[in-house]
Design a protein around this ligand. Sequence first.
Ligand code: SAH
Ligand code: SF4
Length: 373
Amino acid sequence: MSVANLLDFDLDGLAAHCEQLGEKRFRATQLFRWIHQRGERDFSRMTDLARSLRDKLAATARVDPLVLVSEQASADGTVKWLFDVGAGNAIETVYIPEADRGTLCISSQAGCAVGCTFCSTGHQGFSRNLATGEIVAQLWFAEHELRRRLHLAQGERAITNVVMMGMGEPLQNYSALVPSLRVMLDDHGYGLSRRRVTVSTSGVVPMIDRLREDCPVALAVSLHAPNDALRSELVPLNRKYPIDELLGACVRYLDAAPRDFITFEYCMLDGVNDTASHAHALVALVKDRVPCKFNLIPFNPFPESGLVRSTLDAVQRFAQVLQEAGIVTTVRKTRGDDIAAACGQLAGEVQDRTDVKTRRVARPIRIHAQGNA
Ligand code: SAH
Ligand code: SF4
């Protein structure tokens, strides 16, 4: 039998694995709790497991952490970790502490194939999907490392919220994503409630439907534009799944969602999508159709984007139009931008296999001159 990485399994998967070793399900539960609740990876220290099982595990399994390359801490308390995932690829994980919560922003892929024009990860191209174990390992590391550093008591949690908003499009890595979500939610794992785990997607419509069936957690949808022409330029996936289909999937998702609204993310780009007329068009698009909140993200610049952050004025005017239409709207605070850990600045290192740089030159972004309506 090859050596299994136990971080690859949700509890059902671990139970199936233990069954192959001739062990009952409650043994799998004990093992799962050692790994995820205690942060233990040395089987010999799992003292309530029979000696024979510990020996079997030592011969057939491992708990594989990611290889930490570097850590950067921001003046605002945000911490960014860079992990080597082999073959020249590195991914990033970001911890964002706030007074009442600790949020971990997790990566799902090395690179991203969607190629949004305003996103640093999208500019790097795509190398590969992360395995479930590599997604879970980000949380496993952060939770237990932070517990030690913050001197938390047994049972206290460092990470209270997870957002799948790091590198990659989580719904294009669906089969690895779902078991990792189950580990986050499991009471024997991290015990996070469904509303405290958010999947953010650029709009992979069929997978939004599957997530609703398989593992409904909070959903954030990266909208960024009120019409298909502009959205297709910013988020190329829109050509495959246009706005109308995307909003249909959002409405269906709400049947099963742990929250009664969808969060729309909207990256504010100066002169591109940030005028009052864009805001009015958005209101017309979603009002009376999708119960939602808006999260406006001032564009975080990175070299090569050729794009500029909207002025504070433009952001406020935009927010005001949405708010006056009765849509709850927040402006995301930029966190960790001094260490390039803010939204869209995560770049890790990616051995692009999609030749994105060549394609990008062929597709310059058009700036819409709409004035300040
Ligand atoms: N692929 C998923 C999740 C990762 S991106 C998605 O696109 O939703 C997380 C959020 O950061 C998305 O809303 C994305 O649009 C936003 N984002 C990407 N690049 C950004 C940038 N340069 N400035 C601000 N937000 C950005
Ligand atoms: Fe991929 Fe999301 Fe970046 Fe678009 S914004 S390129 S979907 S990571």
